[in-house]
Design a protein around this ligand. Structure first.
Ligand code: 5AD
Ligand code: SF4
Length: 385
């Protein structure tokens, strides 16, 4: 362990010290003594790159209908115990306007995976309305599942800037164990979707579930290498949380205890921060569900985004993906005041009035030559002003 601590101290001091797959695995498996050096290294890397700012992204869970059947998720198609809903455009615009007035400049529209009907048209109309009201000052983030390339392209043209799609796990065998084998849960298709997003100018976000049954430290180390290889701009990863109405709950005793899932999540955030210094990493709701101080700990591990929930109170309980996800609707102003206090308690600064583009995105656009042909619409490039 002395060897790894030495490497982490080198990283903290700004010296080159590449971490191999073996190092990543060993750090994830180490005893608690590794946490001090690991979090110090991650904070130093964050401080030298993205800085102390914590950016807000308001989430609106616009529909909980889903065609998929992931074994870990309560919203899976075959769970009859979920009251399915879809917010209408007026409700979505009201939630967005409320967030905008409070100083939020980045919004995530999230839903289960739903194809067909006029859902996508309605989302496009919402994006167009946001663009006409707020122009380039807002970033609209979408997380609507795996969609065909032409649909993603339409959403981008309508005004989408960022897309989040978790790969869930980089290990295909494990992916197949936690999803049905029915043709619509296909690891390669998901990977292809992410690569399409990445190649077509979206700020691309991905992430994994941490601490679910059968996952090993070496698989998690592979997840980190996958995210680096994909060259993501943003990451959201959180602990798996059991729910009694899901098939994976039957093997819950095969997963690490909850405290270990929290610890693994924090180590994954810290390692990813070291590997990808200039991306955005969020302290996820699931992390905050398993640990009262999840936000503070996630920020100290290297996170720089926090996501207040703007979903209207009447819909919140119906979007519970797992046990204990908070359905209590705090008002936005108190969420911001509370968030600011929590950020300051770990010497970080909550930033309003700025969409917080990941520096990584501006840099990769510049190196990929997008700049010479003009920026993709709706994207500020280069920094945070
Ligand atoms: N615990 C934690 N996260 C979950 N998700 C789905 N089910 C669970 C669960 N039981 C996550 C998945 C998905 C995101 C929307 O929610 O990673 O990508
Ligand atoms: Fe649907 Fe996402 Fe839940 Fe899978 S994790 S069932 S895609 S909402």
């Amino acid at each position: 362990m002395k060897f790894l601590e030495g490497k982490l101290d080198d990283i903290a001091a700004g010296r080159e010290a590449p971490l191999s797959r073996r190092d990543l695995t060993d750090i994830l498996e180490s005893g608690p003594g590794i946490d001090g050096p690991l979090f110090r290294a991650a904070s130093a890397v964050l401080g030298r790159n993205s800085g102390p700012g914590v950016y807000l992204r308001g989430i609106i869970e616009i529909s909980n209908a889903c065609q998929k059947n992931c074994f870990y998720c309560r919203l899976r198609r075959d769970n009859p115990g979920v009251a399915r809903y879809r917010m209408n455009s007026r409700e979505v615009m009201e939630a967005l306007t409320h967030g905008w007035n409070a100083g939020l400049r980045s919004f995530l529209l999230q839903s289960g995976e739903r194809l067909g009907g006029d859902f996508i048209e309605e989302v496009c109309a919402i994006l167009a309305e946001c663009r006409s009201r707020w122009g380039d000052s807002v970033r609209m983030v979408l997380s609507l599942g795996e969609l065909p390339a032409d649909v993603l392209d339409r959403l981008r043209e309508a005004g989408g800037s960022r897309y989040l799609l978790r790969i869930e796990t980089s290990d295909r065998g494990l992916y197949d164990r936690v999803h049905p084998c029915d043709g619509i849960h296909d690891w390669s298709a998901r990977d292809a979707c992410l690569r399409h997003l990445r190649a077509t100018g979206w700020q691309t976000g991905s992430g994994v579930l941490i601490g679910f049954p059968w996952q090993t430290a070496s698989v998690l180390a592979g997840d980190l290498e996958y995210l680096v290889d994909l060259d993501i701009d943003m990451c959201g990863m959180g602990p798996w949380i059991e729910h009694k109405d899901t098939p994976l709950d039957k093997v819950r005793e095969q997963a690490p205890p909850r405290a270990r899932r929290v610890s693994l999540t924090l180590r994954m955030i810290a390692l990813l921060r070291i590997l990808m210094p200039d991306i955005n990493i969020s302290a996820t709701t699931a992390l905050q569900t398993l640990d009262e101080e999840g936000l503070e700990k996630g920020l100290e591990a290297g996170g720089n985004v926090f996501m207040p929930n703007l979903t209207p109170p009447g819909y919140r309980a119906d979007y519970n993906l797992y046990e204990g996800k908070t359905a209590v609707a705090d008002d936005l102003e108190s969420m911001i005041t509370e968030g600011r206090k929590r950020c300051e308690s770990v010497r970080r600064l909550l930033v309003l009035g700025d969409p917080g583009d990941p520096l990584h995105y501006g840099r990769r656009l510049a190196t990929e030559g997008w700049m010479s042909g003009g920026a993709a619409p709706g994207d500020a490039i280069g920094g945070r002003g």
